[in-house]
Every structure is written in C-alpha cells, then in structure tokens.
Design a protein around this ligand. Structure first.
Ligand SMILES: *Cc1c(COP(=O)(O)O)cnc(C)c1O
Length: 330
C-alpha cells in the first residue's frame, strides 16, 4: 500500500466512464420499478469487467514497487485472472495465474474454454491446483521461484480486493453520481454481485463519501451473509484511510439467497435471469456472478421488497466470457 497521505496513482486501462443506460423492456416485464444498468461489463480491457477499474490502481502499485511480473489467484474461470493477464500483456509485464479447481462437476469446456482460453491468448502462465489448495502459499512459492530467476514480482490479491482495489469502486460511485445527476434521476437501490467483496466495499465507501443515500444490496455468490459482511468490513478498514473517512458498517447489506449449492454452481433462477435479460435487453450476463445478482433483483421485485415506484441500478460487473464455459447449462 502507498504511504499514508499520498494519493494513489492509476494507470489508464479501461474505457471510462462506462455507460449508464435504462432497461425499459425489462422494467415493464417485471411491472416497474425503473431499472437502469451500469455497463462495467464494457470496461474494454481484454473483454472487460469490474476488475479493470481495480487494476488501474493495482498495476500502478505493482509498477511503483518495481515489479516486472504480477501474480494473482482465483478459480479456473476467474474473470479477475483474465483481466489481470490482459493488463500485464498491455503493460509488457509477465503474469502468473494460480488457478484452483474450486468448482466441482464441470466439463471440458469449463476447463479449457471461456476465461481459460483467453488467459492462454494473453500469454499468462497458468498453474492449476486441486480444490482446497492454499493459493496464498502457492503464490508465495511462485514469487520465490521468480526471485531466484532475477525477476521482481508483485502479488495481487484474489479479486483485487484490498483497500487500494476497492478505492476504484469508490471512484466509480462518484462517476455514477454525476451520470445520475445528468439524467435527472436518483437511485433508491443498487444491486451488485459480491464475491471477494472489493467492489461492494468500494461502492459503500464511495456512497458514504458522496453523500448519497441509495441502499446497496450485495448479492453473494459464495459466502454466507455473516462471512461476506465480515469480509466487507475488513476491506472498508483498509479503504477508509485512503478515503479519509469512516464508513459505517451499517451501510453493508448482503443477501446470500442466490448462492445455490456453492460458488460457480448454476441455479434455475440464474438461468432464467441470463435468458430474460438477453432476450429483452440484448445484454449478456454471466453464470457465476451477474446472473445470480440479477436473480436476486428479480426475487426482490417479485417478493415486494422493491416497490414499483423505485428507481434501481443494476451494476453489471462483466463475466459474459464465462458463458462459454457453461454451454451445457443453457
Ligand atoms: C469478480 C467479479 C464480481 C465480484 O466482485 P468482487 O469485488 O470480487 O466482489 C462480480 N462479477 C464479476 C463478473 C466478477 O468477475
């Protein structure tokens, strides 16, 4: 992390600001509320997605540390790993991905297509580990191996979810505030997929800093509500000094009802959400994150938690490349 007091620097990697668009056909299909979408699936870098914003800070920090190679970790179909590989390629750096076979019962497409195909095209070295492996230890081993070969590496955490990565989503909240003002709208709620937590933590920190009062609903894709809340509080503790404030943990709202059997395991509600949004808006969601987050929004509307007069933002975080790893589910 940068020394306190200095403003962290960024490397421009994405096409920003991303578009903010209404979803009129989806809104009328669901009987109101007014649903808008923030197109962070279109950040541009190597297929795009939410990790691009985080990597603008994280790659700048790696460079500041003198790194010629970055190391990160995730599941085989990690969108974070794929965007990190693309960022490294763009900046002329090496990239080693430690990818765990964390999702059971998948087929050959999961193993080789989607993000795995793209990692290879971006020239990353992939190290595959069986489920349950200690990826932090494996990343430290890679760093030692690279050091012995005279390389300087920097480890980027899973999902890019530390305070510095989350700072990019506090910035993104300021971006949305400006866009909403330009459209003359005000969001009552924001729905976002939440995994390693950096995106939601950043949005919550940014919300507090911007003086907005939307309710940010994080739809968990893996952890229980208590686990995810603890993770978010930990990231906020790193982010707050960078924002120069203190974000109340009461702004953290999590919903773990869409996880299904486990991380990366399809649910019927996810399949419905992916199909409906594709057919009504021409927008591609993904099976692991945004399909489940949209299923959470559908459920909240149908269950009356979100009223027909509300204005809702669905924050699209990317991941459609993962559809090609889940062909058999559709
Ligand atoms: C990583 C990811 C998320 C979750 O973001 P976190 O910051 O890890 O919580 C959501 N959607 C997609 C498509 C992702 O790749």
């Amino acid at each position: 992390m940068p020394t306190s007091g200095s403003v962290p620097s960024k490397i421009n990697l994405g096409f920003l600001p991303t578009a903010l668009e209404p979803m009129p056909r989806l809104s009328s299909l669901l009987g109101g509320p007014q649903i808008w979408i923030k197109r962070d699936d279109c950040t541009g870098l190597g297929g795009g997605g939410n990790k691009t914003r985080k990597l603008e800070y994280l790659m700048a920090e790696a460079r500041r540390q003198g790194a010629d190679t970055v190391i990160t970790a995730g599941a085989l179909q990690s969108n974070h790993a794929r965007q990190t590989a693309a960022a490294a390629a763009k900046l002329g750096m090496g990239c080693v991905l430690v990818l765990t076979e964390a999702v059971y019962g998948r087929d050959a497409l999961y193993e080789h297509n989607g993000n795995m195909l793209l990692n290879d095209l971006f020239g990353a070295e992939v190290i595959r580990l069986p489920a349950g492996s200690d990826s932090s230890a494996a990343m430290a081993d890679v760093a030692a191996r690279l050091a012995a070969a005279g390389k300087h590496s920097s480890i980027i955490p899973i999902g890019g979810s530390n305070g510095l990565g989350a700072l990019a989503y506090a910035d993104a909240m300021a971006e949305v505030k400006q866009q909403a003002q330009a459209f003359g709208i005000r969001f009552d709620r924001i729905f976002v997929a939440s995994g390693s937590g950096g995106t939601q933590a950043g949005l919550v920190g940014g919300l507090h800093r911007s003086g907005l009062d939307a309710k940010i609903q994080g739809i968990s894709v893996s952890a229980s509500e208590a686990e995810l809340t603890a993770k978010l509080a930990g990231i906020l503790a790193e982010l707050d000094p960078l924002l120069g404030g203190s974000t109340p943990v009461s702004l953290i709202h999590t919903d773990a009802r869409q996880v299904g059997a486990a991380y990366g395991q399809p649910t019927d509600a996810m399949r419905e959400a992916v199909r409906v949004v594709a057919r009504h808006e021409g927008v591609l969601l993904d099976p692991v994150y945004t399909g489940k987050a949209m299923a959470g929004l559908f459920a909240a509307i149908r269950g009356g938690e979100v009223g027909p007069d509300e204005t809702v933002l669905f924050w699209h975080t990317g991941g459609s490349q993962g559809l090609f790893a889940y062909q058999s589910e559709f």
